[in-house]
Design a protein around this ligand. Structure first.
Ligand code: AMP
Length: 180
């Protein structure tokens, strides 16, 4: 499938939910995209594109951000023939390499990177579903870099440009499949 056809597929299946999880938040739900075989295949192809075709070409490992980044990241890792490292919410990992707190579009949180799985110097493709304020992706990027690895690109299904998430990512390359 061409990237344009794949994007049409994702757009058709993407669902927005008003006032969730709080009044005034428009929540973008990828569940119907992931539940559909062609939706998952199209999303995986599009998210894999920076590593397969561009940015730096060379990626050693995928890092997926809890929780939808795990689903997407694992699919991308399989497509690229790579492994996946999870960035988890605080308190889930038995051994932690680095920890970072950050602000969300709604609320705040702490993310942690597991110990002993990300090699120093590793070239990382970071994957998540939505780029909103950029707090999550920024914190995850800093965790990766704190461990001596490098974020080659951040690949995301949906960017909300009004929230200026890219500003929190500095010079790091951002590959967004769709914008809303
Ligand atoms: P942020 O740190 O503000 O960029 O938020 C990104 C994270 O929060 C992602 O992991 C998303 O899953 C989630 N998120 C934030 N805003 C939304 C939204 N409007 N719709 C769906 N998910 C969102």
């Amino acid at each position: 499938m061409s990237p344009a056809t794949d994007r049409d597929t994702v757009e058709r299946l993407l669902r927005d939910v008003p006032d969730f999880p709080e009044p005034g938040i428009r929540f973008w739900d990828l569940t119907p995209v992931l539940a559909d075989a062609e939706g998952l295949a199209a999303t995986t192809r599009l998210l894999s594109a920076p590593a397969a075709a561009g940015v730096d070409a060379e990626v050693d490992v995928v890092v997926g951000i809890e929780a939808r980044g795990f689903l997407l990241g694992a699919a991308v890792a399989q497509a690229l023939g790579l492994g996946i490292v999870p960035v988890r919410k605080q308190g889930k990992l038995p051994a932690v390499a680095a920890s970072r707190s950050y602000d969300l579009e709604y609320g705040s949180a702490t993310l942690e990177l597991p110990a002993d799985v990300l090699a120093p110097g590793a070239r990382v493709l970071l994957v998540d579903d939505v780029l909103a304020t950029g707090g999550t992706a920024g914190a995850a990027s800093e965790l990766v870099e704190q461990c001596g690895a490098r974020v080659v690109a951040f690949s995301v299904v949906l960017e909300l440009p009004a929230l200026h998430g890219r500003d929190r990512l500095g010079e790091r390359a951002v590959h967004a499949v769709l914008e809303r």
